[in-house]
Write a protein that binds this ligand. Structure first.
Ligand code: SF4
Length: 353
């Protein structure tokens, strides 16, 4: 379908607008390209989340997770609690601990360093996949240092890779409505480039299905593709379908009720076709549910994401069944498609079974 050339923005937009049986044609093309590029294995990572606090100075309209200090369900884990959870992760044999939290009003850059240090002490050797450009910007601002310096401090504290979240949709007219308190597009891109320049790989994400247009989605993909051309720092692309139920954005009529199944499959397929420099595309069972996530694996995706012990962000927005997916169930999903399941590390090395 790409006819041997790099897809243009106009072509990607046309593919995202496919309807009827054309949806299967786009998915088929993406699935063939997936097979050619990365083979048939369906991968997953054994991981656990530790969201240290849900108290946040921001109030992003799509977020059902954050709370203000004093709210009845606001929480904050101290060192003992974080270390207890990290030790539990170790017992569960996870290879990755993922930690991203609310922007607590008392946090400084040191707080983010401390959290990584606590986890490292309690779970030595486990890959730390943590933070994102928003946390880097916040920590840097609170400590009066540059974002590059902040990222460097996280690396010294043991950060193995960073979450490419807080990207949402990299179009400022959309960001100004859905997350006005977050870094703008240019700042997100600058920080990701700084992080990659420090040798810290990141994921790449999009959070779609709220109020953005097809053109906005394609613009976002173009920014990711051009960063990857320059840095090669993205390990995978993770499309995050908007979970609308318990979000202010949806309640206030500023967003629609999430993407449709057609849009979800096309997001995966077009990402595979357009992001020709990103090797892995994830079909997120947390966002799509198990059945649609399985179909994402025949629409261009090669990865199911993580086991996700203790997921709480999508749950906060109203998603159900987000807390843990047993690899045995992933095995069933992959085998049902005639594909092998393989455990991977965060950086996509296969773990011997
Ligand atoms: S998305 Fe992150 S920054 Fe925005 S309100 Fe939620 S926790 Fe805070």
């Amino acid at each position: 379908m790409s006819g041997g050339h790099r897809l243009t923005e106009a072509e990607a937009a046309r593919l995202l607008e496919a309807t009827g049986r054309d949806v299967w044609a786009v998915a088929d093309c993406a699935d063939r390209l997936r097979q050619e590029r990365v083979g048939d294995a369906v991968t997953y990572v054994r991981n656990q989340n530790i969201n240290v606090t849900n108290i946040c100075v921001n109030a992003c309209g799509f977020c059902g997770f954050s709370r203000k200090e004093g709210d009845p369900d606001a929480y904050f884990f101290d060192q003992a609690k974080v270390q207890e959870k990290a030790a539990k992760a170790r017992e569960r044999n996870v290879t990755e601990i993922c930690t991203v939290s609310g922007l607590h009003p008392d946090f400084t850059g040191d707080s983010y360093v401390e959290i990584l240090t606590w986890i490292r002490e309690a779970a030595p050797g486990i890959h730390l996949h943590a933070s994102n450009p928003m946390e880097v910007a916040y920590g840097a601002r609170r400590s009066g240092i540059s974002t590059a310096e902040m990222a460097g401090r996280l690396k010294e504290a043991g950060l193995g890779s960073m979450c490419g979240t807080a990207a949402e949709v990299l179009v400022d007219s959309v960001r100004s409505v859905i997350c006005p308190g977050k870094v703008d597009t240019a700042t997100w891109e600058r920080i990701i480039r700084e992080v990659h320049a420090l040798g810290i790989p990141t994921t790449a994400t999009i959070m779609y299905g709220h109020r953005e247009t097809v053109a906005d989605r394609v613009r976002h993909l173009t920014i990711l593709r051009s960063i990857q051309d320059d840095t090669g720092g993205f390990t995978e692309f993770v499309p995050l379908s908007f979970i609308h139920m318990q979000t202010p954005l949806y309640r206030d009529g500023l967003a629609r009720a999430g993407a449709t199944g057609r849009e979800d499959l096309l997001m995966i397929a077009v990402a595979r076709l357009f992001l020709d420099n990103v090797p892995h595309i994830q079909s997120s069972w947390v966002k799509l549910g198990r059945k649609l996530a399985q179909l994402g694996l025949v629409a261009g995706a090669d990865d199911l994401g993580g086991t996700m012990y203790e997921e709480s962000i999508s749950r906060g927005a109203g998603a159900s069944d987000t807390e843990y997916l047993d690899p045995a169930e992933m095995e069933r999903m992959a085998a049902d498609l005639g594909r092998p399941l393989r455990q991977r590390t965060t950086l996509y090395e296969l773990v011997p079974s």
